[in-house]
Design a protein around this ligand. Structure first.
Ligand code: ADP
Length: 319
C-alpha cells in the first residue's frame, strides 16, 4: 500500500476537514503518499487532484467546509464513467481510496471496490441519516448551530408573545429536529417520521397556554411541509402571532465542535488502518460508543428510526 486517495462527496459537513487531516497524516506516518481528489468523484474521473503533504492539512482541524471541495458527480451513476475513474486510479498507481460522504457516496465506493480499487467510507453528513452508524460527522456542530439560532428566535418570541416555526435540515430524517426540539424546549416537532397534524400542534400550544406559557417554538424538518403554511395555520387556529424562519445552509457551516473533530480524527485514522490491513468495501461506523466497520452493501441495507423515547420525553416535558 503506497498511494491512497481521499475525497469528500455529496453535501458538506463540519468536521470533514478534520477527517481529511487524519487520513493524510496517518498515511504519511505509515510512509504512504496521500492524494486529495477535488470535488468528490469528479476529481478521480477528470484527474483533478493534488499530492498532499504534512502542511497541506495544517490549520484545518478547526475549519468547517472541506478543503478538497465537494460536489455531486452524476457521471458516476453510469458504469462506463466508473470504469474510466477506476482506470485513472490504476494508471496513477492508486492503492486505495477513502470516501467521506453519505449513502450515495458509499454506493460509488462499493462499485469502485468491485472493480478492484479498495475503498473505505467515512460517514460525513449533518443529517445523521446513515443507518449503520449512531453518529455522522457534522451532526453535533449542525445541532449546536440550530440551538444557537433558536435561542435567539426564542428571545424575540418571548418579547412579542409569538410562536416561532423553525425549519431545520434533515430531508427524510428527523434527528436534528428531535434533538434540537428537546434542547430548545420546543412545544412540538414535525418530521416525516411523526404523523402529527398542525391541528394537533395548535392543540398543544393551546394547552400549554393554559399553564401560562406565552411564547412557543415549533421545529419542522425540511421536507415535512412549508413552514410558512404551518405558521399561518397555527395563527389562524390559536390567534397567536406566528412567524416562520428557515435556517437553511447556515446549519452546514461553522467550526466543528469538539465531538465532530474527535470522531472525524478517529474515523480518518481507522480508515487508513483498514486500507493498510488490505480491507476493501467497508464503511466505518460508531455503534454503542465503539468504532466498527461494515461491508458497504450490508450497511446500505440497514434501517434506523427516530428514538421514540426521546420524542415521548420531549412531549412530557414541553406540553
Ligand atoms: P451522499 O453521499 O451525501 O448520500 P449523494 O447521494 O448526492 O450524496 O451522492 C454523492 C455522489 O456519490 C453522487 O453525486 C455520485 O457521484 C455518487 N453516487 C451516488 N449514488 C450513486 C450510485 N447509485 N451509483 C454510483 N455513484 C453514486
Amino acid at each position: 500500500m503506497k498511494k491512497i486517495g481521499v475525497l469528500t462527496s455529496g453535501g458538506d459537513s463540519p468536521g470533514m476537514n478534520a477527517a481529511i487531516r487524519a487520513v493524510v497524516r496517518t498515511a504519511l506516518k505509515k510512509g504512504m503518499q496521500p492524494i486529495g481528489f477535488i470535488k468528490g468523484y469528479n476529481g478521480l474521473l477528470y484527474e483533478n487532484y493534488m499530492e498532499m503533504d504534512w502542511s497541506s492539512v495544517s490549520n484545518i482541524i478547526q475549519r468547517g467546509g472541506t478543503v478538497l471541495k465537494t460536489a455531486r458527480c452524476k457521471e458516476f451513476y453510469e458504469p462506463e464513467y466508473r470504469q474510466k475513474a477506476y482506470e485513472n486510479a490504476k494508471a496513477m498507481g492508486l492503492d486505495g481510496l477513502v470516501v467521506i460522504g453519505g449513502d450515495g457516496s458509499y454506493r460509488g465506493a462499493g462499485y469502485l471496490s468491485e472493480l478492484g480499487l479498495p475503498c473505505i467510507g467515512i460517514p460525513g453528513t449533518i443529517d445523521n441519516d446513515i443507518a449503520c452508524t449512531d453518529y455522522t460527522i457534522g451532526y453535533d456542530t449542525a445541532m449546536n448551530t440550530v440551538v444557537e439560532c433558536v435561542d435567539k428566535l426564542n428571545d424575540t418570541s418571548q418579547s412579542h408573545e409569538r410562536c416561532s416555526v423553525i425549519e431545520v435540515m434533515g430531508r427524510h430524517a428527523g434527528y436534528i429536529a428531535l434533538n434540537t426540539g428537546i434542547a430548545t424546549g420546543a412545544v412540538q416537532i414535525m418530521t416525516e417520521e411523526i404523523p402529527v397534524t398542525v391541528e394537533q400542534v395548535a392543540e398543544n400550544i393551546e394547552r400549554t397556554r393554559g399553564y401560562g406559557k406565552d411564547h412557543f417554538i415549533v421545529i419542522v424538518s425540511e421536507g415535512f411541509g412549508n413552514p410558512n403554511e404551518v405558521a399561518l395555520k397555527i395563527q389562524e387556529i390559536t390567534g397567536i402571532d406566528s412567524r416562520a424562519t428557515i435556517l437553511g445552509h447556515i446549519q452546514r457551516g461553522g467550526n466543528p465542535t469538539l465531538r465532530d473533530r474527535v470522531v472525524a480524527t478517529i474515523m480518518g485514522n481507522y480508515a487508513v488502518n483498514l486500507l493498510e490491513a488490505g480491507k476493501t468495501n467497508r464503511v466505518i461506523a460508531m455503534k454503542d460508543h465503539h468504532y466498527v466497520d461494515y461491508d458497504i452493501q450490508e450497511a446500505l441495507a440497514m434501517k434506523k428510526g427516530l428514538n421514540m423515547q426521546f420524542y415521548d420525553a420531549m412531549l412530557d416535558v414541553s406540553c
